[in-house]
Each structure stands twice: as structure tokens, then as C-alpha cells.
Design a protein around this ligand. Sequence first.
Ligand code: GDP
Ligand code: IMO
Ligand code: MG
Length: 437
Amino acid sequence: MKKKNIIVVGLQWGDEGKGKIVDLLAKDVDIIARYQGGNNAGHTVVAGDLSLVFRLIPSGILNEEKICLLGNGVVIDPVVLFEELDNLKKINIKIKDRFFVSNKCHIIMPYHKRLDIARERLRGAGMIGTTGRGIGPTYEDKVARLGIRAIDLLDRQLFYDKIVLSLKEKNYLFKNVLGENVFDPDELIEDYINYGKKLKEYLVDTSRFIAERLDSGSNLMLEGAQGTFLDVDHGTYPYVTSSNTLAGGAFAGAGLGPTRIDEVIGITKAYTTRVGEGYFPTELKGGTGSIIRDKGEEFGSVTGRPRRCGWFDANLIREAKYLNGVTGMIITKLDVLSGLPEISICTGYMFRGSKIHQLPASFSECCEVKPLYEEMPGWEGDISGIRSFKDLPVNSQKYILRLEELTGIPVNIVSLGKERNQTLILNDVFCKSPAVL
Ligand code: GDP
Ligand code: IMO
Ligand code: MG
């Protein structure tokens, strides 16, 4: 039987539990690749006593035999990459010959980080709430054709000329608009040439690498970062990140064609969270929102910021289904909802006297929508030790089945805790076992 190639994508505003699930699914693939974003991501993997948060390195890296790649669509802060690699080496995770970086990846430079933070300050109350990691300015430079690619770090003169060009406008901005110190190319060059020397052994043409491996029978999992509604085109613009987070972004971001992919697996929490600014129709301010935040430990894995919490929004997930071409869904953090007397699911919105099922395109109109809920009875007790769907409290089973019905997406996996074994497989993603729902 042909081995499946899959894309794993977040269906909400990020932090859906992609790290846990990618680590879990990695045992059934040969290659795991990131295709967009950078170290704005924080993907948590818990394996026994280990709890690691991956910013750049694919979450499959703990699965010893697997190849992990950073595709060309990823933006790389070398400071963070080498920190992450060093931490893995300290715990004896083998990196050599199993971790590669696209030579076309764009590099996050110190001026990108300063620009990100200064711009947020300039926006004041209208800030995006970025992670401050320089992600947006690096993608801007890429599109403006001013970016530094990984391969450029290997050529001193070319690299130097590129920084000089990039800083012409930026230093003007820093000095005259943003009130920041300017950058001197001569002070940047040595550190980054040294990063280039260290990076060299990992650099390959990852798209060709993937093509050759797939042709010889290997299979691939593409690991999305952020989530559907942080997508720069289809998300809640302007409160989005600066890349295409959708499954479609994987093709350009890893350099392969859509015909290679068999399944798109969407991950959603059993409720909703969001970090940073932007509208969030089902947000619960205080009360139940705080209960969910405390129980679900909903604090950003990159910035430590409290995540905003709210009810599951079936409208968003239905939209995420067609935006990504989702074929199967994984629901995480069901355990967090235990003990709530009633659980609400958003099934539509009231907007200017009519019921609608999709957020309006205009930002100001979005602020007017009021969520419409259907209530379901909750369940009691700790469910994190349960290992079979039929042993779950009946009301939690009904909740999962209702989410499946409202979204029209079959559920593959339900997650009940951080650990690998706190996972119920209902329909194996790789079709190795029969459905049990
Ligand atoms: P990602 O960015 O999508 O990889 O998600 P994060 O790692 O930023 O955030 C998800 C958090 O939830 C992490 O702390 C995970 O360890 C944790 N987590 C994942 N699945 C479950 C689950 O089913 N139940 C609970 N209680 N925690 C989970
Ligand atoms: P993972 O992969 C949640 C949010 C930021 C901000 C917006 C833009 O762990 O799910 P950026 O720094 O990207 O320009 O910030 O996007 N954001 C995330 N929110 N999870 C993430 O990643 C995020 N990456 C960016 O909070 O609102
Ligand atoms: Mg995260």
C-alpha cells in the first residue's frame, strides 16, 4: 500500500496542540518538514520526563529515525536555531544527517526584530500583538526582494552588499521615524558570516530532496505553524501573521505540488484560544474563560502571554475545512472542559438582525457580530486517564460527535492530555486500524 503524505494544519488561531500531534504521527512518516513561519511558533512536545518547546525544528525530531527539514518558506533566526540544536544535542538527540535547512530560507536579522518591536510601539492601541521576533519585517524584505537567504551567508561580499542595500531605507526609518538607533553593516557581518559557517552543513535544496525521497517511496508530513485564521490572506486581517499558514501555503513553502498530498489533517482545541489582538467572537472574558485558561494552562509558549479563551466556534472550523481542504480532524484538550456544568458551541452569528455563518470580510463589521450558541450538558471527573472512546463520559462522547456533525469533518483523534499516551485514536490517519466511532 502507498504510504500517505499529509499536511497537519491548525484550524484556529494557533496553539491547537500541533506539536503533540506531529510528534505522535511522526512514527508513521519518513520526513517531517515545516513550510512557513519562524520562531513565532512554539510547539510543545511532551515525551516521558521531557517537555520541549520547538520554535523552528520540526516537532518530529524526537523520533530518532526520521528526517526533519525546514522548507524554503520558513524564516530563520540563526540565534534561535543554534540554541535549539544545542539543547537537542545536550539531551543526545542525533542531528547530523537527519536535519536539513533549505538554502532558500530567509534569515531574520537583528534589524527585522527591532523594526517589528518599534512598529508595534508606533501603532499604539492599534497594535497587532506580534511575538516581536521580526517575522513580519523578514517576510516584507523577502517580497520586496531585499531579503537575505541562507545561501547568502556563505558569500561575504554578496551578503555585505545585501545588508548595505537593506539598511539604506531601514536606517532612515529607524533614525527619522521610529526614534531608534541605526545599524552599522560592519558590526553585523562577522556574527552572521559565522552563523553561515555553522549553517553550511545543514543547507540543501529541500524541495529536490523531498521530490527524490518521495519518488523512492518515502512519505512526508508537512507541519503547519500558527493557524488558519492567522493566515495573511484568509485570516482575521490585519490581526494575522505574515505568512500563508493554510495547507495551500505548504506547496510553495516546501516546494512541492498539490498532487503529492493525500490527506490534510486539521487540529482544533475542544474550545478556542487566541494570543495577541484581533476579534474573537466567542471569547469569554473572566468567569469561565479564566477557568479554562487556568485548567488548560493557556499561556503563550513563546511569549508567556495569557491566551484569550472562549467556546468552540463551529463556523470558523467549517470555513477552515474548505480553506484547507481538510480531510480529517484532531480534537485536543477535551480534558480541560471536564467539570463545566454546561458547554456552549457557537453555531452562527447575529449580524444586523440576520443570522449568518461566516464572519464578514470587513474588520469593522466583524466587531458587530454576536455569537449564537447551542448548549450541551457538561461532564464530571478527570478523563485524562481514559484510553477508549466508549469509556468517556456519555456527555463528552456526545460533545465530540456534535462537533463532528456541525463541522462536517470526521474525527481521527481525540487528545486528553499532554502525554503521547493520553490520546484516543478513532480513525487512524494512516488507515492502519478500522474506525471505532
Ligand atoms: P502548538 O503551537 O499547536 O504546538 O500548541 P502549543 O504547544 O503552543 O500549545 C498547546 C499546549 O497544550 C501545550 O502545552 C501542550 O503540551 C498542551 N496539550 C496538547 N494537547 C493537550 C491535551 O489534549 N490536553 C491538555 N491538557 N494539554 C494538551
Ligand atoms: P504556533 O505555531 C499563536 C500571533 C501573535 C500575533 C500574530 C502576529 O505556536 O501555533 P507575528 O509575530 O507572527 O507577526 O504575530 O500572530 N501568533 C501566534 N499565535 N500561536 C502561534 O504559533 C503564533 N504565531 C504568531 O500572537 O497575534
Ligand atoms: Mg504554540
